[in-house]
Design a protein around this ligand. Structure first.
Ligand SMILES: Cc1ncc(COP(=O)(O)O)c(C=O)c1O
Length: 214
């Protein structure tokens, strides 16, 4: 099982961290992530030696021994400079995740009574709120109104994976995955990062209220 923990650095289920459940756990260090570097980066975690060996070969152009290419592979070595940045930032991850969780709780109470669906946490789980995703009718108009008010609301994501042109050959059509399709029409992400202030969140909630009053 390959676990996609790219948005879940530090998240927990039943007391165990995301990325440690599967045979392999994958993390993205894209700058916007809870643990982000200053360019592109990522990591794969595993406890199984056979996968460690394979991953090391795959990331290094298929070589285990220099100039001997065993597999057609990738150049996916994490730059040393990015690794140094990540090492410094890793120490703060728990603290930043706590700040995100606090911000999520504040949003939850600020948005009470509005016609939006707020995120909820499953039993025994602890989200790290890489995104704070709500659902609303008239999503596109709402995103525009928020953007016009200087708020960086975004849509994650407007087109579901099965309707992307690159998967056309799978012949999964519109209507086949209604939950994903519904979500793609109604979800929007409100600004979320460890440093977001109470004042900023109050301003965002005020603009949401104004939108729904109209
Ligand atoms: C859930 C998920 N998986 C995979 C990725 C891909 O990560 P990267 O852009 O570092 O390759 C992302 C990035 O946004 C993601 O959110």
């Amino acid at each position: 099982m390959i676990e996609d923990a790219c948005q879940a650095h530090g998240a927990m289920w039943q007391g165990k961290r995301a990325g440690t459940w599967g045979d392999l756990g994958v993390f993205s260090f894209y700058p916007g992530k809870n643990l982000g570097c200053y360019g592109d980066g990522g990591a794969v975690c595993t406890r199984q030696p056979r996968f460690v060996k394979k991953m090391r070969i795959l990331r290094n152009l298929g070589q285990e021994v220099k100039h001997n290419h065993e597999a057609i592979a990738y150049n996916s070595r994490l730059d040393t400079i990015q690794a140094a940045i990540l090492r410094a930032k890793l120490k703060h991850l728990d603290e930043w995740n706590d700040a995100r969780r606090q911000a999520a709780l504040r949003y939850n109470s600020l948005l009470e009574g509005l016609p939006v669906k707020i995120p909820s946490e499953a039993k025994d789980s602890q989200s790290v709120y890489h995104l704070y995703v709500i659902e609303a009718e008239n999503r596109d108009e709402l995103v525009k109104a928020l953007n016009d008010a200087g708020i960086g609301a975004q849509t994650h994501y407007p087109k579901p994976v099965h309707l992307q042109p690159c998967y056309r050959s799978l012949d999964i059509r519109e209507g086949n995955l209604p939950a994903a399709e519904r979500a793609s029409k109604h979800v929007l992400s409100l600004p979320m990062y460890a440093e977001i202030t109470q004042e900023q969140q109050a301003y965002i909630a005020e603009k949401l209220k104004e939108f729904f009053k109209k």
